[in-house]
Design a protein around this ligand. Structure first.
Ligand SMILES: [Zn+2]
Length: 296
């Protein structure tokens, strides 16, 4: 093979292959690379906009469905359960009662109920009762959220065994303390544990200052405001030095968190006596909850 022809063959083989478009010969290298990258950006933006549009539409429909659900009347059998099992319900001013109804519906739509400790199931009557008591805490004004820190409610037939876990920092081992019978528990992990028998006591013995559901859900509300915090501080120190208070349960002397929960119980379940014996604490709680149960 002549040297010139051999070199020409190598050059032809290494050059890009021509592409025929509509009878004309074009070269791939002739296509401007900027066009393809612009097209990619355009397609990417279009997909993003489409996803945003679909999500916005889905969110709007969800909000509309939720608003329609919340503004629909409470089922008659739920209303009956609230009247029978939540003693304060019938005494509430109409505006507050209406807000409670809405919150009960939100609560039941958002929270998961689980039967534990041999309880076969959590009936409608049980979940509506629990929701009715818990939502009293939110009845004073329109809140955007309904106990956002609580995802599930575990219901036991009676007292249950709670095990406290702590860590030995020196050895890095977990210590499980002996099981102790409990009637209720509020976990930072997002659950509230309740004894159904104790929950029912608040329905039967209204006005005695005790309400397990109010107590445990109060642990999921953080008190705020300088006046209320000062009242908790003063009241806790007073109860700790003299636990035999005419209204507040001596369990409130355990620590400030328990004093808060016990005060909330008394505020709703023994309001006239709390106002009589602890007027400044009552006033601070009334300001915080936007409610005055002693007037109902
Ligand atoms: Zn407590």
């Amino acid at each position: 093979m002549p040297a010139m022809f051999f070199l020409a063959s190598i050059a032809a083989a290494s050059s890009p292959k021509p592409v025929f478009v509509g009878g004309c010969q074009a070269d791939i290298r002739a296509l401007p690379p900027a066009d393809s990258s612009l097209l990619t950006v355009f397609v990417f933006l279009a997909v993003i906009l489409l996803v945003i549009a679909v999500l916005t539409r889905w969110h709007r429909r969800r909000v509309a469905r939720r608003n329609a659900y919340l503004s629909s009347p409470l089922p008659a059998r739920w209303e009956l359960i609230l009247r029978r099992r939540v003693p304060l319900f019938s005494r509430l001013p109409e505006e507050i009662r209406d807000r409670l109804r809405k919150n009960v519906k939100r609560f039941l739509a958002e929270k998961e109920f689980t039967a534990c400790g041999g309880l076969r199931s959590v009936s409608n009557a049980m979940s509506v009762t629990i929701a009715g008591h818990a939502c009293l805490l939110l009845a004073g004004r329109d809140y955007h959220e309904c106990f956002p820190g609580v995802a599930s409610i575990l219901v036991y037939p009676d007292a249950f065994l709670g095990r406290e876990h702590t860590w030995n920092l020196a050895s890095g081992t977990e210590i499980v303390h002996p099981a102790a019978p409990l009637l209720g528990e509020a976990n930072a992990s997002g659950s509230v544990v309740l004894s159904w028998r104790e929950t029912l006591r608040a329905s039967v013995f209204a006005g005695n200052g005790h309400n397990l559901v109010l107590h445990e859900f109060a642990h999921h509300i953080r008190p705020s405001g300088s006046t209320l915090l000062a009242e908790i501080e003063t009241g806790f120190r007073r109860l700790r030095s003299n636990p035999s208070d005419p209204v507040l349960d001596s369990y409130g002397a355990e620590d400030k968190d328990e004093f808060w929960a016990v005060s909330v119980e008394a505020f709703f379940a023994d309001a006239p006596r709390l106002r009589e014996f602890h007027p400044t604490l009552y006033a601070a709680l009334a300001d915080f909850f936007f409610l005055s149960p002693a007037d109902w």
